[in-house]
Write a protein that binds this ligand. Structure first.
Ligand code: SF4
Length: 232
């Protein structure tokens, strides 16, 4: 799909993307609201970067729209973080969900995450993500270049070919220290699993703590080639 045809209000996306590279996260988020109005959706996984993006976006625009993907196998600490962020920032997180675990087992067999994690992520993450993004023109993610080698070239703004809409990554150039400095300076709630060896947090079945010197995403699908769930 031609991105210019898909979103006429973006007349020179390459120039805009270049310009956004020099803006702060807050300025980039302000630009998103000015450009797309209500037609935006901010994805939250309730990891550390969600604390930052939820705070920045709700400060800039009290009507900011947030959503999350509920796989039914998130950590209890993740659900608690969702509730603490909602209470502290006065925002709502819209829940997107696909089939129940029982329905998945009946259709695809037990423990699909062990036998075919790509298929499991497709059902429990990609499908509800597609529904969440189907009615907006731009989504916002907390992806950072420092997360992993595969994310090292993440632009702050660009066309998301997979979901066919614009995507803003306002924290793309933030370091780990930048994230924690922001959280502590603003006394934000954050997922307590980060204090217990989990630099990256996904589903309970597919996330392990990372030892000293490991890469931040080593605990995701540990031991498998898989490093992404198919939404970023
Ligand atoms: S991270 Fe694991 S449990 Fe979660 S959707 Fe993907 S394969 Fe399934």
């Amino acid at each position: 799909m031609n991105p210019v045809a898909a979103q006429p209000s973006i007349s020179d996306p390459e120039a805009i993307a270049a310009n956004l590279e020099d803006r702060t996260a807050e300025q980039a988020i302000e630009w998103m609201f000015e450009t797309f109005g209500e037609s935006h959706y901010i994805a939250c996984s309730f990891q550390k970067t969600s604390s930052v993006t939820a705070h920045l976006a709700s400060k800039v625009n009290p009507q900011a729209r947030f959503f999350y993907l509920d796989t039914d196998v998130l950590f209890p600490e993740t659900y608690e973080t969702r509730d603490r962020l909602a209470a502290s920032m006065g925002v709502e997180f819209d829940r997107f969900h696909n089939l129940t675990l029982e329905e998945q087992a009946a259709k695809h067999g037990d423990e699909l995450w062990n036998r075919d994690p790509d298929a499991c992520c497709g059902l429990r993450k990609v499908e509800p993500m597609r529904r969440a993004l189907s009615s907006v023109d731009c989504w916002l993610a907390g992806v950072r270049r420092a997360d992993s080698a595969s994310r090292a070239k993440t632009p702050k703004f660009g066309w998301d070919k997979r979901f066919e809409l614009w995507k803003l990554n306002p924290l793309a150039d933030w370091s780990e220290r930048d994230v924690w400095n922001y959280i502590h300076e603003h006394d934000l709630p954050y997922n307590p699993l980060h204090d217990h060896g989990y630099p990256s947090i996904g589903c309970t079945h597919c996330t392990k703590p990372v030892g000293e010197g490991g890469s931040p995403r080593d605990g995701r699908w540990a031991g498998l080639e898989k490093s992404e769930c198919g939404i970023n």
